[in-house]
Design a binder for this molecule. Structure first.
Ligand SMILES: [Zn+2]
Length: 254
């Protein structure tokens, strides 16, 4: 069944999807799902030395390379770092992408996370999943994709560090065993070479791969997997309430 579905991972910046859910995406891709990774921005503020246009180009290439490691397609919605707003312009872009990809499963940021870009993308994804079925919502794009016939299953990846901005722990609701895809996840994250120095300087994150491994280990411990990624499913009115992710991953998800 997994080989008949499309999956969309929509995140704010290049490397977010790799950090938060690429182990799960690798499982789905290996099962034959058509995987799409999209970022709202090209990561134009991710450097202290390079101009915005230059670093944005580098980071799109890094994201494309990472996606290609699992045969996924990369889309950049060309927003700007720190200027991702919940408005018509951004919603039209996300809505059009959701309709084009026609996903059964959408992954996005936690509604509560360490930065507003992430939280805004989470809200945009929520509205796009809900509204993609409404034909009267026009994106204003020439040759628009048709409205969807079903609302996708929406999953929020864990917040970075699994905490909200007040330091409170956010527990995952569904855990995916990534022991067999951890190496692929590391390779995908390693494609984002431009970010190693930046994260170290700006956020005092010692080494992205180390941080990622620590988080995967912590999530795994909660459920008895060695390495895991955590998610919460959007279960609000109008959204599907069965866990499609659990169904397609079988024993890999708990
Ligand atoms: Zn980010």
């Amino acid at each position: 069944m997994v080989n008949s579905i499309s999956v969309l991972a929509l995140f704010a910046h290049p490397d977010d999807a790799e950090f938060l859910c690429s182990g799960t995406l690798a499982h789905l891709a290996a099962g034959g799902a058509r995987v799409h990774i999209a970022t709202m921005s090209a990561g134009d503020c991710g450097s202290t030395t390079l101009p915005a246009s230059k670093i944005a180009g580098i980071r799109q290439r890094e994201a494309r390379e990472a996606a290609s490691l699992i045969g996924a397609r990369y889309h950049c919605l060309k927003g700007k770092d720190l200027l991702i707003f919940y408005d018509r312009v951004h919603l039209n872009k996300v809505m059009e992408l959701v309709r084009q990809v026609c996903p059964s499963i959408v992954f996005t940021h936690s509604p509560s996370d360490y930065m507003v870009d992430h939280e805004t993308v989470s809200r945009l994804a929520q509205t796009a999943c809900f509204g993609a079925m409404a034909p009267n919502y026009k994106t204003g794009i020439r040759r628009p994709a048709p409205a969807l016939s079903d609302v996708p299953h929406l999953y929020y990846a864990d917040a970075f560090g699994r905490r909200d901005i007040l330091g409170n722990k956010i527990a995952s609701g569904l855990y995916v065993d990534i022991s067999k895809t951890l190496e692929r996840k590391e390779q995908m994250l390693a494609c984002h070479k431009s970010q190693q120095a930046w994260l170290k300087a700006q956020q005092e994150i010692p080494e992205t791969l180390t941080t990622m491994r620590e988080m995967a280990q912590e999530v795994g411990k909660c459920i008895g997997f060695r390495w895991a990624e955590g998610f919460r499913q959007h279960l609000g009115q109008g959204f599907p309430s069965n866990s499609l992710l659990k169904r397609v991953l079988g024993k890999l998800a708990r």
